[in-house]
Ligand binder design. Sequence first.
Ligand code: ADP
Ligand code: MG
Length: 264
Amino acid sequence: MATGNKEVLVDVSGLKKHFVAERGLFGRRESVLKAVDGVSFQIRRGETFGLVGESGSGKSTVGRCLLRLYDYTAGEVRFGGQPIGGLGEKALKPFRRRIQSIFQDPYSSLNPGLNVLELIAEPMKIHGLYRPGKSREEVVALLEKVGLKSEHLYRYPHEFSGGQRQRISIARALSVRPEFVVCDEPISALDVSVQAQVVNMLEDLQQELGLTYLFIAHDLSMVRHISDRIGVMYAGRLVEVADSDELYDNPQHPYTRALLSSML
Ligand code: ADP
Ligand code: MG
């Protein structure tokens, strides 16, 4: 998608997230893990920004910072121009609706005690969007969008395949009409045969609903297809950002070259 002249929706500047572990007796020795160590990038509205890098390079930590699941050690994230780093829960509430997430393992993120209707209605209720009577139809329409039939409404997560569970978690994320979705390895746990289906569906939903994505992946295969631009993380830093085709055809950083050649 051509996004060059679109507004910046997500602006990450100088972001650091360090984890401090206390070691030794009485916590006398501290060791600091610099999971994210000075990362800056911008995502434009309607764009998919891919984030790749080996396991442990800090991708999920960046995603969790954008979701404000963490406080930041340093730096700032602006969403639609507004800094969200220092906001308390009350002020964050609108952002908790506008920014949604999809994780790798839809089984562990779906409450096994709720049926599909309840799972999808839950975030709507939290954000005051659920209208008894009316919203059930909305949930059915949403299920249809993600390729599930209304006969599934009263079934529980364990009754579905991995791909179907991911469709349910996508419907759940979209139920509150977000603008931005952090997709943290949303297809890594799925069978190869359903990976492309889910990626294609995410692309269709993006077009239809005008969504913006951060798409985290530890390999570069599907991410090229879905992303407009890709950032490469290595040891907590963003070592290269480029248009996706450019990154593959003309990688600049030695680590990007190593990552690409490890896939051949
Ligand atoms: P990736 O998603 O690229 O695999 P992560 O962001 O999950 O990487 O992790 C980056 C580094 O931060 C890893 O060394 C990981 O062990 C560490 N880490 C992640 N989350 C925490 C946490 N909550 N507490 C302590 N260390 C963490
Ligand atoms: Mg991760």
